[in-house]
Design a binder for this molecule. Structure first.
Ligand code: KG4
Ligand code: ZN
Length: 335
């Protein structure tokens, strides 16, 4: 079954063709990051306009890279929630038009379920397992009981991990999105150079705003005193604290629910420190860790097609009334 998928929930316009939820025939991602970088973060109105400008070519390229025409596609899938509603609407409207003019089923996909499915494209991972989703908009611990059944056991109470990376990066003078710059700077920094707070949050929930604010305060205090901070050391100290928080909570959940398989996914799963910390935690606890290759960690449409395959098998299709939703719990279906 060949699925054409479309993703436009934030600042990447993406389309892909994936066969049987597994074989990537094409995966096209058009990033708007350079444009939003001028404003220090994503500007929703600009994101919607750029999706509208790019979506036709991105989708046409996904079809031609896969060597198929629309009539050879079996279904059209689209991210319908959560995300920037104007950005999502572009993808949802476009996917609806494609599906109904071509007479193909339309499959609605939750963005977080898509991130979780990224590992199906690069490994033999199958439920049940524990997933840690770390992205610019989300930090969630999820029990994946089946391909389309999820139980959210923890999430961030304030900033998402990626958001904290990007805000810390900004005060260190790195461009948006800054996560990858922190990752690189941290490689030559001393993670013990700065003492940073570790949030105390109940259960499996996370908090990153206190940690982020501590980094901002260190940078501002230094600049007021006319002192120079060591960006590599501060980046390394911040990143190692994020890693500690993520690894600790995931370890507790893996132990409590006796998981032997752990999946790390989302944009921040590209971080070398996070990958190493989760990998060590899994080795220490006899778990197998699954992480997608870096190009499938950030937003892409191949992961949406992977999840769409299982949604389709479980009978989850949508009609022309499918709407885009800015927020929606992972456990809720399109309607
Ligand atoms: O999953 P994603 O592409 O979009 C959302 O769904 O939010 O994640 C984007 C986030 C950004 O905050 C970005 O800075 C972060 O992932 N990111 C990283 C790295 N690469 C991307 N954060 C830390 N280290 C990286 N290497
Ligand atoms: Zn995402």
């Amino acid at each position: 079954m060949k699925i054409l998928s479309i993703e436009s929930s934030c600042d990447e316009t993406a389309a892909a063709v994936v066969e049987d939820g597994k074989r990537i025939c094409s995966n096209v991602v058009l990033s708007q990051a350079l444009t939003h970088g001028k404003f220090g973060g994503v500007v929703p109105e600009i994101a919607s306009r750029m999706h509208a400008e790019g979506i036709y070519d991105v989708t046409a390229n996904a079809l031609s890279d896969a060597g198929v025409t629309l009539s050879e596609i079996d279904a059209v899938a689209v991210t319908f929630a959560p995300g920037l509603v104007g950005a999502l609407l572009v993808g949802v409207s476009f996917a609806k038009a494609l599906a109904f003019t071509a007479g193909k089923p339309l499959i609605p996909v939750h963005h977080i379920a898509g991130h979780i499915a990224a590992n199906y494209l690069s490994s033999d991972l199958a439920p049940p397992y524990l997933a840690l989703v770390v992205s610019g908009g989300h930090t969630s611990l999820v029990r994946v009981t089946d391909y389309t059944e999820f139980e959210l056991i923890g999430r961030t109470t304030d900033d998402a991990a990626g958001e904290a990376f990007d805000k810390a990066a900004r005060v260190l003078g790195f461009p948006y999105p800054g996560g990858v710059y922190i990752d690189n700077a941290a490689k030559t920094g001393n993670p013990k150079a700065y003492r940073l707070p570790k949030p105390q949050v109940e259960g499996y929930d996370f908090s990153f705003s206190g940690l982020k604010t501590a980094v901002v305060n260190i940078a501002h205090t230094a600049s007021m005193k006319g002192e120079k901070i060591n960006a590599e050391d501060l980046a390394a100290s911040f990143q190692s604290k994020v890693c500690e928080i993520l690894a600790e909570k995931t370890e507790r959940a893996a132990k409590e629910f006796s998981y032997t398989k752990v999946s790390l996914c989302g944009g921040v799963a590209a971080n070398s420190g996070v990958r190493a910390a989760l990998s060590k935690m899994c080795i220490d606890n006899g778990c197998k860790l699954y992480i997608p290759p870096v190009n499938l960690c950030g937003d892409n449409a191949a992961m949406i097609a992977a999840q769409a395959y299982y949604e389709y098998l479980s009978g989850n299709t949508a009609d022309e009334y499918l709407n885009a939703l800015a927020t929606l719990p992972l456990t809720k279906k399109a309607r």
